[in-house]
Design a protein around this ligand. Structure first.
Ligand SMILES: CCCCC/C=C\C/C=C\C/C=C\C/C=C\C/C=C/C(=O)SCCNC(=O)CCNC(=O)[C@H](O)C(C)(C)COP(=O)(O)OP(=O)(O)OC[C@H]1O[C@@H](n2cnc3c(N)ncnc32)[C@H](O)[C@@H]1OP(=O)(O)O
Ligand SMILES: Cc1cc2nc3c(=O)[nH]c(=O)nc-3n(C[C@H](O)[C@H](O)[C@H](O)COP(=O)(O)OP(=O)(O)OC[C@H]3O[C@@H](n4cnc5c(N)ncnc54)[C@H](O)[C@@H]3O)c2cc1C
Length: 593
């Protein structure tokens, strides 16, 4: 073939992206960052006067703002952000500048084409000293013409893995002047003469990230429950193969392997939903406390939000892929909705704090607790971490005849988290005693530190799931949810079995017992599976899936969907005769010679 078929017309692609862009769908919309990060920043980082000015306009959508922190050269390491905001006391202005190519703001959602304002994180310089990254509220585009203002270069960063209806953008400042009061001044301040007033806690400027991390937990629950709904519904109509010869093809949902692939994602989705509610309440309470001058809960909120964000996004990514794979070939079609949901969900493994970095942030918190434990201190009545101070049973009891409220299973998770946390702490101490500095020792323990965080988060997720189901009074609902709880807990036991078997805490027999409880739960869930997912009441519009249609009319609608593809507008595509037809004609001519 001389030339590959001409790529899809770029104009058509841009038009398609622009059309999707305003569908306000799951894959993002022009106000995503405005609502999810800019407004929370104004709420938590603007002083009273600034709130009076900016909040009503923001809520009224008189402008669109994004959150511009990440740069081409740095996303994780905020200390090394290069954008500068230098205070000029003569004019009482900050001068924003992007000194290098790597200082170009890169990735912020809706920055490319939608936003005319941004929360800009920049290194604050005043009186010749750098005070670290601080947020500034900066106008980027003219409110009438939407043209970039003088000194501002802004645009879209181009197609991505997913969420291509979101205009993630780039932004450069060329010595752009902005009033002193464009600096968010609730916590840190710069006075008119240039003096810097530090905040009571130097991470309060990071509160918008904490909000999104907390929101992501419920977001991952949403993705898992949506994709489990698609997989369950499709598996309940798809017939393939026989279990009993001659008895006719079965619904693939009757295969144990299919149940083992999909139902744990359903269970995890519920677990994440319940912990997502918890962490959002903790976030709201902590922000209220900060407003009243109490910052004591800030470290706990940071540690838990980082750990939950990292674990739930990773498990959601794995779970969505399982649901896709469980749906065979049609699961690989755009018609399934899986490519859309997956490509949106997995972004959360990276944005708002790359998962490894987040796990290690929680590990910092755990190491402080391990140090206190090793120093013989008593717990500080903090229900999230107190279990680490307690000695649990020396041996696993999960197969005891009666396990009230899964106490024995929870104690197994607690045992593993405690052991992993203390062992990695002891290793850290030992490496330093052998002469390594703290940072090197930390890096040499990083994988085990991440395991400690995962074990701690697993314990939190499981305990929250048990406690919330226990509160349910409607016995019919409670019994169905208890089946999902049983599946969740014993599935998690088998997922962390290596850690439980490693020190002899759990026996091989008990591991077999856990597997038996999983298969038992799968059997109990099967008859209720479709009703469970129907009870979520997702609209077909939000599932974006022919396979997950509530009416189950998959095949007719799959054909309709395919026929609506632009490729099927004509029976013979224009390029055929120009390329393939010509190729075949030439080949036939040659074969006649
Ligand atoms: C219809 C349904 C749809 C479903 C959609 C599904 C899910 C999505 C749901 C919501 C999302 C919606 C839209 C998407 C929104 C946004 C898109 C993405 C936005 C972004 O990505 S914004 C940029 C995010 N960037 C980061 O997260 C950067 C990560 N890096 C950091 O946070 C920091 O660099 C660091 C790694 C924490 C280190 O910070 P640094 O200042 O260098 O710290 P140190 O000096 O090392 O000190 C550490 C010290 O500080 C404490 N600390 C750190 N951060 C915080 C904090 N935030 N709060 C409190 N305390 C903090 C830390 O604990 C250490 O304390 P020590 O006592 O241990 O010293
Ligand atoms: C879909 C999407 C939307 C986004 N939206 C926004 C937005 O609206 N606003 C915004 O400001 N940013 C946004 N971002 C940027 C996002 O916050 C960053 O990508 C993220 O913080 C990671 O930073 P990075 O990409 O520079 O990776 P880096 O920080 O360069 O990290 C690269 C890799 O190195 C490893 N690594 C880095 N540091 C460490 C460490 N300390 N310890 C161990 N391993 C480490 C990790 O494996 C990491 O994946 C978005 C990103 C995506 C993908």
């Amino acid at each position: 073939m001389e030339h590959a078929p001409k790529a899809i017309d770029v104009t058509n692609d841009v038009e398609m992206r622009t059309f999707n862009f305003f569908t306000m769908g799951i894959d993002g919309h022009p106000l995503g960052l405005h609502l999810d990060m800019a407004i929370p920043t104004i709420l938590n980082n603007a002083d009273e006067e600034q709130q009076k000015d900016w909040l009503p306009k923001a809520a009224n959508r008189e402008f669109i703002a994004t959150y511009a922190q990440t740069e081409m050269g740095h996303g994780t390491n905020l200390k090394k952000l290069e954008t500068t905001a230098t205070y000029d006391p003569k004019t009482q202005e900050f001068v924003l500048n992007s000194p290098t190519i790597t200082s170009t703001k890169w990735w912020p959602g809706n920055l490319g084409k939608s936003s005319n304002y941004a929360v800009v994180m920049a290194q604050l310089y005043t009186q010749g000293k750098c005070h670290g990254a601080h947020p500034f509220f900066v106008q980027l585009r003219d409110l009438n013409t939407h043209k970039p203002l003088k000194g501002i270069t802004v645009g879209d960063i181009g197609p991505k893995f997913g969420m291509n209806t979101v205009d993630n953008g780039f932004l450069q400042f060329d010595h752009v002047r902005t009033p002193r009061r464009s600096m968010f001044m609730k916590h840190a301040k710069v006075l008119p003469d240039g003096r810097y007033v530090p905040p009571v806690h130097d991470k309060l400027n990071y509160s918008a990230m904490v909000f999104i991390r907390a929101a992501i937990v419920s977001g991952m629950a949403y993705h898992l429950l949506v994709t489990s709904t698609i997989a369950v519904r499709y598996s309940a109509i798809r017939r393939q193969g026989e279990i009993t010869p001659g008895a006719g093809e079965v619904k693939v949902l009757d295969y144990q392997t299919q149940q083992h692939r999909i139902f744990p994602q359903l269970a995890r989705g519920l677990a994440f939903r319940l912990s997502g509610q918890y962490i959002m309440k903790l976030y709201t309470q902590t922000m209220d406390d900060i407003r009243n001058g109490d910052i004591s809960a800030v470290p706990d909120l940071h540690a838990l939000s980082c750990g939950l964000k990292a674990v739930t996004t990773h498990h959601a990514a794995l779970g969505l892929e399982q649901c896709r794979m469980a749906c065979g070939g049609h699961g690989y079609s755009q018609a399934s909705g899986f490519p859309l949901h997956y490509s949106v969900a997995v972004g959360a493994c990276t944005y708002e704090g790359e998962n490894m970095v987040m796990l290690l942030q929680t590990a910092r918190h755990l190491m402080k607790i391990a140090k206190a434990i090793r120093a013989g201190q008593s717990p500080k009545s903090n229900k999230i971490v107190d279990y680490l101070f307690h000695k649990g049973p020396p041996k696993c009891l999960i197969d005891q005849a009666y396990d009230t409220n899964y106490r024995n299973v929870l104690e197994s998770f607690e045992h593993l988290a405690r052991r992993q946390t203390l062992e990695v702490y002891d290793k850290l101490v030992q490496l330093q005693q052998q002469g390594r500095n703290y940072e090197q020792a930390w890096n040499d323990c990083a994988v085990e530190l991440c395991k400690a965080t995962r074990a701690h988060v697993r314990t939190f997720l499981a305990r929250t799931f048990v406690e919330e189901i226990d509160k349910i009074s409607d016995l019919s609902i409670k019994s169905v949810l208890q089946d999902l709880l049983q599946l969740y807990l014993y599935y998690e036991v088998t997922e962390c079995a290596t850690g439980l078997l490693e020190d002899g805490f759990m026996t091989g027999q008990q591991h077999k017992y856990a597997k038996k409880k999983i298969y038992e739960a799968l059997e109990k869930i099967r008859p209720n599976a479709v009703s469970i997912v129907d009870s979520f009441d997702f609209q077909d519009r939000e599932l974006h899936s022919v396979l997950g249609r509530r009416d189950g009319n998959v095949y007719e609608n799959l054909l309709k969907w395919a026929q609506s593809s632009p490729l099927n507008k004509t029976d013979v595509l224009p390029f055929h005769h120009k390329y393939l037809g010509k190729m075949m004609e030439e080949a036939r001519q040659r074969s006649k010679i």
